[in-house]
Design a protein around this ligand. Structure first.
Ligand SMILES: Nc1ncnc2c1ncn2[C@@H]1O[C@H](COP(=O)(O)OP(=O)(O)O)[C@@H](O)[C@H]1O
Ligand SMILES: [Mg+2]
Length: 224
């Protein structure tokens, strides 16, 4: 099964938006898809419909039942904090080896595509020693880096990709998902990023682009 890991330059840049759109587009093309959001913080006890887990499941028209949620997101924490802190608030911790093992097991499944949404940005801590970067390096799958088009994104993005390269993580593409009310033109931002990221594909996803448009922007870069 082809796996794509989805990370970001920070939280709220569009990982879930892009992952859900890609999942729906793959499905529309007749591919079988599994989505995972293995670690989620800020997971509410009541309105679980608005969570990343529910959004991703719904992109595949899967009802977010307790069973489906558990299979998609085994590590759920209530506090809207980085995963290590959110876990600590509950007297828990994320077992890094178990997290990697869970993803590897899912890679052994029968679906055509596996999409794994990380959490926060590329170097958010998962426990006392590991960050998402360690998780990506351990899995070794190609990674999409979803970034915004807000003022400041250039430095955040270049820093993120540079960090990923130090660990030889395979950057499949950088995806600029247009930020809300961004004063900076989307295409110009993507062009500037590309100039400073030789050898890295940079795609631009406009505000409210649907699955077909997201797939059209990314498809050639991710070999699907
Ligand atoms: N290209 C886009 N068009 C419309 N809304 C977007 C786009 N990218 C992100 N968003 C919205 O911005 C918010 C944050 O995006 P989200 O995908 O949840 O970020 P992340 O998963 O990286 O934290 C969400 O409300 C999401 O729907
Ligand atoms: Mg998300």
């Amino acid at each position: 099964m082809k796996t794509l890991f989805v990370t970001a330059s920070g939280t709220g840049t569009g990982k879930t938006y892009v992952t859900g759109a890609l999942a729906a587009a793959f499905r529309d093309k007749g591919l079988s898809v599994r989505v995972l959001k293995p670690v989620v913080s800020g997971y509410p006890g009541d309105d679980a419909e608005v969570t990343d887990t529910a959004i991703l499941l719904k992109s595949l028209e899967i009802e977010p039942t307790q069973e489906a949620v558990e299979a998609c997101s085994p590590w759920r924490f209530t506090e809207p904090l980085s995963p290590d802190m959110a876990a600590r608030r509950e007297g828990r911790s994320i077992d890094f080896e178990a997290l990697v093992g869970f993803c590897r097991d899912m890679q052994g499944g029968e679906e055509d595509r596996l999409l794994i949404e990380g959490i926060g940005g590329a170097m958010v801590p998962l426990d006392g020693q590991h960050t998402v970067l360690d998780w990506m390096a351990e899995l070794g799958s190609p990674v999409l880096v979803v970034v915004g088009s807000y003022l400041g994104t250039l430095s955040h993005t270049l820093t993120t990709v540079t960090a990923m390269k130090t660990r030889r993580v395979d950057v499949a593409a950088v995806v600029v998902s247009e930020s809300d009310e961004s004063p900076v033109p989307l295409a110009e931002t993507a062009e500037t990023m590309a100039r400073f990221l030789p050898g890295v594909e940079v795609a631009a996803v406009a505000r409210n682009a649907g699955p077909a448009a997201v797939h059209a922007a990314l498809g050639p870069m991710i070999d699907v």
